[in-house]
Design a binder for this molecule. Sequence first.
Ligand code: H79
Length: 425
Amino acid sequence: MNRIERTKWFLDDRFGMFIHWGLYAIPARGEWVRSREKMSVEDYEEFFEEFNPTNYNPKEWARAAKAAGQKYAVLTTKHHDGFCLFDSKLTDYKATNTPAKRDLIKEYVEAFREEGLKVGFYYSIIDWYHEHYPAFGDRNHPMRDNEDFKDKNIDFDQYLEYMHGQVRELLTNYGKIDIMWFDFSYDDMTGEKWRATELINMIREIQPDIIIDNRLGGNIKSSNPEIYAGDFYSPEQIVPPGGIVDENGEQIPWEACITLNDNWGYHSKDKNYKSPKQVIRTLVECVSKNGNLLLNVGPDAKGLIPDESIEILEVVGKWMRRNGESIYGCTASSLPKPEWGRYTQNGNKLYAHVYDRGIGPIYFAGLKGKIKKARLLADGSELHVQTPWMAEQYSDIESGAFINLAGAQLPDEMDTVIELELFDN
Ligand code: H79
């Protein structure tokens, strides 16, 4: 399989759930807490001894994702703090040895598969727990300024054996896995420093169809990318303004990963949530530029997704049930961005996402004589394409089309979708 074949389902699905969960849910100050507060392993140990998510029910997570219209999920099997949610034979620093006493990844995989969702693993190639990962002088390590770590002998190959071994475990012990989401390369910690070619060859041997992000390094935009340059580009906390193309101007699969508030891991004080409208428009923005959206939730120490996040997902899901056809299987349109909103397209179906009602009929530049039928996507109701009174005196009726929309307000102020069925040329 090549990249185009591997990523087909991914580009059709468009919308996934990112889940950041680990020991950091207990201090509840985000997943970088150990680094930001320069906590030692000992400072962090109480959370390991205490981790007991009595409300962990991944079936509930999977139902929430599915109801939101998400088609796949990616969960942190290990974040930068090195703590493993899975029962790795290569470490004792795992959920199995906490009061949780079990492999939490196994339950996640089973629950999401059962709901018909595709399953992905996030795995941090950075590790602040492993004794052979660079600490002193590293850019991010919690002990980066601690002189006690200055003369410590590091055998990075031992870390690489561990890291490669864990990836092998993850891709061997849980059946078919759809996405491998590595995080991340920096400075000279990139590409072959991770023995990336060898790692990719192993992965492709175990899971030939899996798709892999671009964070092992390399240049995915190259016309001749490294084997480890990845299947998709992974912009973080941004929707790339112009989409993403390679050196030859060809589209590259990409997925924007975005938080619902300002943290990936659970943060009890961070209530700065986006609105459902922002989330819906961000998803549309991605699809209108040929991209995916991986939307994050950070379950708390008990294993519950915050109520605020659940409520946003419910509203998004309600919109998706009525308007999902304008997202799934859709791509960018060749038409320029319209003044009232965005376009997405699937074959001869053009979806007009109207954000701005304006006054009077909605104007569609360049579509005169090209619209076979117009319907309000949310309920399938008929809309009329007609040239308004005296329009020839003040509009481009040569090439433009008009559609009447009843009422002074949009039927859905978050995003009213008009489905335009176009004539086959
Ligand atoms: O897992 C999520 C993040 O923890 C991870 N990638 C996503 C998917 C990530 N690691 N690093 N970064 C993102 C970028 C680095 C951000 C930083 Fe900072 C700015 C590190 C130090 C300053 C944010 C603010 C984190 C700590 C303080």
